[in-house]
Design a protein around this ligand. Structure first.
Ligand SMILES: [Zn+2]
Length: 66
């Protein structure tokens, strides 16, 4: 009976923490700095920069505390 209560709580907590990682990040593509290695994305919220090979914005913030 205890698991019936705990499992939904765990899923809710996971959803909250997963969302928190990307909540404040605002990725912007910097096309002037693209290279063969991939598109460069700059987070205007925390200043993190990263490259993605698939051309899509990153899903996580590299500097969540900055
Ligand atoms: Zn960020």
């Amino acid at each position: 009976m205890l698991f019936v209560i705990l499992i939904p709580i765990v899923f809710v907590l996971l959803a909250i923490y997963a969302k928190r990682e990307t909540r404040d990040c605002r990725w912007r593509a910097d096309r002037t700095r693209d290279t063969d290695e991939g598109a460069l994305y700059h987070c205007i919220y925390c200043g993190a920069e990263t490259r993605t090979a698939d051309g899509k914005p990153p899903q996580v913030c590299n500097q969540p505390e900055a």
